[in-house]
Design a protein around this ligand. Structure first.
Ligand code: SAM
Length: 293
């Protein structure tokens, strides 16, 4: 217990120095080393006693340390093995934190979470590596794991896209997908000086809270495909998306749009999340009746 009485922040700085850690820019390694600020992030995440937390990219383990004091257990996934000695020291006396060295984009997340937290909802908290922000969020939303909320630090522009509404120039597939699953809450803007080393961009902490209201998709995979198809070529009409990507005839595509009171020349980007969900359900029914008839 050589670290007793030393603040986690100081412990992390000493450990990074002692182990000659060099930051890897391509892994998005911009760390937060301020205990008060990390405590604020942990509180903003709303993570409570008894809850299970998944952290992506613990870095030196300081946020992990703060989260662990608020919840039952933190499972942290880190890609960079160079951080192993640092994490061991920083988390030395934290019994409810486990670090697994793996790539969050390659591991089997639903299985890993079900093994560690069987039958439980998991709250995700992460200061995300910005190079994979969109991919990680999409993965968390669509992988089928039981995820209750996602509190993430992202580049401010990414936050603007994720929270963009119908009619905004930022409205995109990720916005529609995120807003199908979650309500988006903006928590705070964070300037570069808060990080070591400072990134060249502004950041924003957001929280995605799992939705239970609004129309639900009978086939979520189909809805995900439809959303991606609609935004891949934004200038295409929905009729063209449907005929090109879902194998329906022009007449069937038009029938679908008319059944939803949609203009035949409408583009996917002009639909609300609810309209897209209803359209996906109608498309699903059409594909099913075609397969069975
Ligand atoms: N949580 C720490 C903090 O707040 O100071 C570090 C955050 S830093 C922005 C991002 C972390 O994610 C780094 O530790 C990096 O090594 C890790 N990382 C990058 N790509 C990853 C991946 N594909 N899977 C898991 N971790 C990754």
């Amino acid at each position: 217990m050589q670290n007793q009485g030393i603040s986690p922040g100081l412990r992390a700085r000493v450990a990074l120095e002692k182990h000659g850690f060099s930051f890897t820019h391509s892994l998005g390694q911009n760390f937060i080393l301020d205990d008060d600020f990390l405590e604020e992030i942990a509180l903003e995440s709303g993570v409570g006693e008894g809850e299970a937390v998944l952290e992506i990219g613990p870095g030196p383990g300081l946020l992990t340390h703060h989260l662990a004091s608020h919840c039952r257990k933190v499972l942290a996934l880190e890609i960079d093995r160079k951080l192993e000695p640092v994490l061991s020291e920083v988390l030395e006396d934290v019994e409810n934190a486990e670090v697994v060295f793996t790539d969050v984009m390659k591991c089997d997340l639903p299985t890993l979470l079900e093994e560690r937290f069987p039958g439980e909802d998991v709250q995700v908290v992460a200061n995300l590596p910005y190079y994979i922000t969109a991919d990680v969020i999409e993965r968390l939303l669509t992988c089928g794991a039981r995820i209750g909320s996602i509190t993430v630090m992202v580049q401010r522009e990414a936050a603007e896209r994720i929270g963009a509404h119908l009619g905004s120039k930022n409205y995109c597939a990720l916005a529609m997908l995120t807003q199908y699953y979650c309500d988006v809450e903006e928590l705070m803007d964070v300037p570069p000086e808060r990080f070591t080393p400072p990134p060249h961009v502004m950041s924003r902490l957001i929280r995605l809270n799992r939705r239970t209201d609004g129309p639900r998709a009978t086939d979520e995979k189909l809805l995900q495909r439809l959303i991606r198809s609609a935004f891949r070529m934004r200038r295409k009409t929905l009729v063209n998306n449907l005929t090109g990507d879902f194998g329906v005839s022009r007449e069937q595509a038009e029938e679908l749009l008319l059944s939803q009171n949609l203009d035949l020349r409408i583009r996917g980007e002009a639909l609300s999340v609810e309209q897209m969900t209803r359209l996906s359900n109608a498309l699903g029914e059409m594909l099913l009746s075609r397969a069975s008839g």
